[in-house]
Design a protein around this ligand. Structure first.
Ligand code: ADP
Length: 224
């Protein structure tokens, strides 16, 4: 599913170059659940953003589903991202002005699906996440756990092959964290590839494999 070879990322400003990723080579197989761990600032989010086609590497190669993403133009990248990846952010990233229903519907609007199919799919995923009764609510009217459930609904409504989650339980209490992890595990059991950045050993224990980053490099792989 994912093949990274000697991936590098430098953030350049006038004063300083920051090497967020020095040389990362990593393969994630279809259907695998991989947790990425490491201290703050070691490059975890940068790596996930590159995997999610939200950022571009400075060097190295990235194959997603066998396609070299550096060869794609902006339109092709956006199409590949929207058709393949569901991204879950620690801060939920919901649009405050849109209702729960409208937030979840957004990826399907981008895909150009007709209204009836959109409604069917949004209601199906909201039912599954026990959020259909809240569909007319706005994000500010929901608890953190509910907001993350909506964010996950939005990430999975297009049936992505790959879910990328950046500290999805980072802002949640233990009850809500458990719900979110249960959901990610469910997706994984249904065959979705999951890559999750986490600080939590407990959350990481649900993965097939833990990849440990330090200072922009992989320092350890651990099979679970
Ligand atoms: P982590 O997710 O492990 O906390 P990040 O990937 O966010 O680490 O950051 C890795 C390094 O890159 C850090 O030193 C961070 O300050 C730097 N960095 C991240 N994003 C930017 C940016 N947009 N501009 C400049 N430096 C950045």
């Amino acid at each position: 599913m994912i093949k990274l070879h000697n991936l590098k990322k430098v953030f350049r400003t006038e004063e300083i170059d920051t090497w967020a990723l020095r040389e990362v080579s990593l393969e994630v197989k279809e259907g695998e659940f991989v947790a990425i761990m490491g201290p703050s600032g070691c490059g975890k989010s940068t790596l996930l953003n590159i995997m999610g086609l939200l950022d571009v590497p400075t060097g190295g190669t990235y194959l997603l589903g066998g396609r070299d993403v550096s060869q794609l133009n902006d339109t092709e990248r956006t199409k590949l991202r929207r058709g393949t990846i569901g991204f879950v952010f620690q801060s939920f990233n919901l649009i405050d002005e849109l209702s729960v229903y409208e937030n979840v519907e957004l990826p399907l609007l981008y895909m150009g699906l007709p209204a009836r199919e959109r409604k069917e799919r949004v209601m199906q995923v909201l039912d599954r996440l026990a959020m259909s009764h809240r569909r007319m609510h706005f994000p500010a009217q929901l608890s953190g756990g509910q907001q993350q459930r909506v964010a996950i609904a939005r990430a999975v409504v297009s049936n992505p092959k790959l879910i990328l989650a950046d500290e999805p339980t980072g802002n949640l209490d233990s009850t809500n964290s458990k719900e979110v992890m249960d959901l990610l595990c469910q997706m994984h059991e249904q065959g979705t590839t999951v890559v999750m950045v986490t600080h939590s050993q407990h959350d990481a224990s649900f993965a097939d494999r833990i990849v440990e980053l330090y200072d922009g490099q992989i320092v350890q792989h651990a099979e679970l």
